[in-house]
Design a protein around this ligand. Structure first.
Ligand SMILES: [Zn+2]
Length: 700
């Protein structure tokens, strides 16, 4: 029987691939192996690059030799996915150098290597020949789809769709047009982001124009000359000045410069980007770029996203209105409304800060003294051990972080699976020159299920920039920093525990960007719970427990003025969506129309060009999908509500259930199905709105 011979041949092919799969041979299960995963010097870096290119090429060559009629999931889809996943991890290790290494020369070298790797990977895995391999396998599998698991079938369908979104199925002449457009678009996106990164906008003010700015901010400002001081658009300058400076002219100038960062260069780029992305989408058979961009997301269409955003806007508008009334009821000295009784945008943060101080009395400085970083971290890990059935060891490697820099390495063992090592978290906690300046969970290596059933452990690099220790005082964390830590730990544990059937879907790699922030946003709730704050807090000097009054004030302020905050996000989400669903020639006008519609009581300042400084528009993951944060919020808020509800009924294992039903599957399963299993129903906007509307304004 020819069928039997074919099956045997296929079985042999499958075994050859399993034995030669470079991803399967990685064994990063101890500290030494973790360090060795990152090249430590120039020589190691060039060897590493050569190795990465070789591994990918070898896997590709092996798959390309398989006869057409024998192609199937196991010998084509899986090994190509494993090879692509491995080269991605190698790239992440190299990027870790360019984003965090103390040596600027080595950082630059790493950036060059990363670019080589990205281009090589694109040429290899987004080529017509690779499309043909996938397509041959797909046609063979079509005849016998029943043998695939749902996870693999979903992946296969998505993969074919995403290859078509590259134009790889088109005739050569059209494909070349798509390719040229994509190259142009990539360049435009890079320039847009680079212009924002490199922007050095500032304003110059006289001493008396800094009235009200806190002393520690003032001392960090640089004197331009005898009479003028420079205020840059960096966050540690911008926010304190906007919140506290009593001089309107200073706030107004800084607001205008900040909201138009890089705009002069970026507005023309954005206009070109809008037209080119639209042309690309049309060539690929989509109505607009937003239609293409959202087609593989949970929301599926721009129309659904628009409805979603309009429902949120409608749901929150009463709260927005009452907040504006509260803010404008008793204006502080020196603040006035415009002729239409609207708030001037440069007064908004000042008014908000004033209001919070008056009504919530949060003492951020006293609060911070109760959260010494290292002790708090240990307690957080104890908490996670219980919640998720883990064993966590914190290896104290003072000045022995990844690059002999300060930091900790955490070893996570899984008690649900014979205490196997799930992976390592490298925590790089403090700022230093040349280090990436935001918070980010860097998904270096995803866990991988081996044919034997064992799992190769994962690596996470958690980059944050928290208050560093000083000669006088150890590092203590502000509530904002704790919030960010919990957020990033949500991503980190998703990355460590998430084992999908496909390597590229393991860890935090969800196909649906509009669900990626589900675990991270859910974890944030933990740091707003009174019991947790009491358990984690102890005074850095005296060791005394944190007083209730500090915690209560903080918790009460959680949703203070959330109507304004969220409506701003919803307006920007609508703008990102409309920008790429309408192929507008005039993004500024479009943004202003939406801004006026969403925030009618705040002056829309014609002098700013925010569309040029809105970096998500050019970021690979976001583009038209800024809404994705809030779609994921709906999942997170509903999940938290469910957990609290369960706890009230005495059910204490809800977090473990969340681990088992959501985190443990990485990006392998459909988030809608996962949410249904966890909640017993699909998530709803109502729960989300109820939660952000909570904490009504404290009457004055
Ligand atoms: Zn996040």
């Amino acid at each position: 029987m020819p069928g039997i011979v074919m099956n045997k041949e296929k079985e042999n092919l499958k075994q050859t691939h399993q034995q030669t799969c470079a991803l399967h041979t990685l064994k990063v299960n101890n500290l030494n192996a973790v360090r060795q995963f990152f090249p430590q010097n120039s020589r190691e870096l060039s060897d590493y690059l050569a190795k990465a290119l070789n591994e990918a090429q070898n896997s590709f060559d092996l798959v390309s030799k398989i006869p057409k009629n024998l192609r199937d999931f196991d010998n084509t889809f899986y090994p190509l996915d494993a090879a692509e996943t491995l080269i991605y991890s190698r790239r992440r290790a190299i990027e870790a150098i360019s984003k965090t290494h103390p040596d600027s020369f080595f950082r630059d070298e790493a950036t060059v290597c990363k670019d080589i790797l990205v281009e090589f990977s694109l040429n290899l895995f987004s080529s017509k020949s690779v499309y043909n391999m996938y397509n041959e396998a797909y046609k063979n599998i079509e005849k016998n789809k029943a043998s695939l698991s749902k996870e693999k079938e979903d992946y296969m369908n998505w993969k074919m769709q995403s290859l078509r979104a590259e134009g790889l199925h088109l005739e050569d002449s059209d494909y070349l047009k798509v390719k040229a457009l994509k190259t142009d678009i990539n360049h435009l996106e890079s320039s847009f982001l680079k212009n924002i990164d490199e922007d050095k906008s500032f304003i110059l003010v006289k001493d008396e124009e800094l009235l009200g700015v806190p002393e520690n901010t003032r001392t960090s400002l640089i004197k331009e000359n005898e009479s003028f001081t420079k205020i840059t658009c960096q966050y540690p300058h911008y926010f304190p000045v906007m919140r506290y400076c009593k001089v309107e002219k200073t706030r107004q100038s800084l607001y205008r410069v900040f909201e138009s960062r890089a705009a002069q260069k970026n507005v023309p780029i954005l206009k070109e980007l809008i037209q080119k992305r639209n042309r690309l989408a049309n060539l690929l058979g989509y109505e607009s770029f937003a239609h293409l961009d959202i087609s593989d997301q949970l929301a599926q269409t721009p129309e659904t996203v628009e409805k979603f955003l309009l429902s949120l806007k409608a749901g929150i508008q009463d709260k927005l209105k009452s907040e504006i009334e509260e803010l404008t009821k008793e204006l502080p000295d020196g603040i006035s409304l415009d002729e239409n009784n609207c708030i001037k945008p440069w007064d908004l943060m000042y008014l908000q800060e004033n209001y919070k101080k008056k009504h919530y009395n949060v003492d951020e400085i006293a609060f911070q003294e109760y959260f010494p970083f290292e002790r708090t971290l240990k307690k957080i890990m104890k908490m996670f051990e219980k919640m998720f059935s883990l064993e966590i060891e914190i290896i104290d490697t003072e000045n022995k972080g990844l690059w002999n820099t300060p930091g900790w390495i955490l070893v996570i063992k899984d008690k649900l699976n014979k205490s196997r090592i799930a992976g390592h978290i490298i925590l790089d906690p403090f700022p230093r020159v040349g280090k990436f300046s935001h918070g980010y969970c860097f998904d270096v290596l995803s866990p991988c299920r081996l044919p034997s059933g064992d799992v190769n452990p994962a690596i996470v690099l958690l980059m944050v920039n928290f208050t560093p220790p000083s000669a006088m005082k150890e590092s203590t964390l502000q509530h904002d920093e704790l919030d960010m830590l919990f957020h990033e730990l949500g991503h980190a544990f998703h990355q460590l525990l998430g084992i999908a059937e496909m390597p590229s879907r393991s860890g935090l790699h969800m196909q649906h960007l509009d669900a990626v922030e589900w675990p991270s946003r859910l974890f944030e709730f933990l740091i707003w719970e009174k019991e947790n704050l009491k358990q984690l807090g102890e005074h850095f000097q005296t060791g005394l427990p944190i007083p209730d009054v500090l915690i209560d004030a903080k918790i009460n302020s959680q949703n203070a003025l959330s109507g304004i905050t969220y409506t701003k996000y919803f307006y920007l989400s609508m703008f990102a969506l409309k920008c790429f669903s309408s192929a507008t020639q005039n993004p500024k006008l479009l943004r202003e129309e939406i801004e006026k519609e969403f925030l009618p009581n705040i002056v829309c300042d014609p002098q700013i060009n925010k569309e040029g400084s809105f970096q998500h528009l050019a970021e690979h993951f976001y583009r038209s999908k800024y809404y994705a944060y809030f779609w994921a919020d709906v999942f997170a808020f509903d999940s938290y509500d469910h957990i609290i509800h369960q706890q009230k009924q005495g059910i204490t294992n809800s977090w473990l259930k969340f681990r088992e039903l959501v985190l443990d599957h990485g990006g392998g399963r459909d988030p809608n199905d996962q949410a249904f299993q966890f909640l017993g129903r699909f998530p709803t906007i109502e729960t989300y709105l109820n939660k952000i509307l909570n904490n009504d304004i404290v009457s004055s």
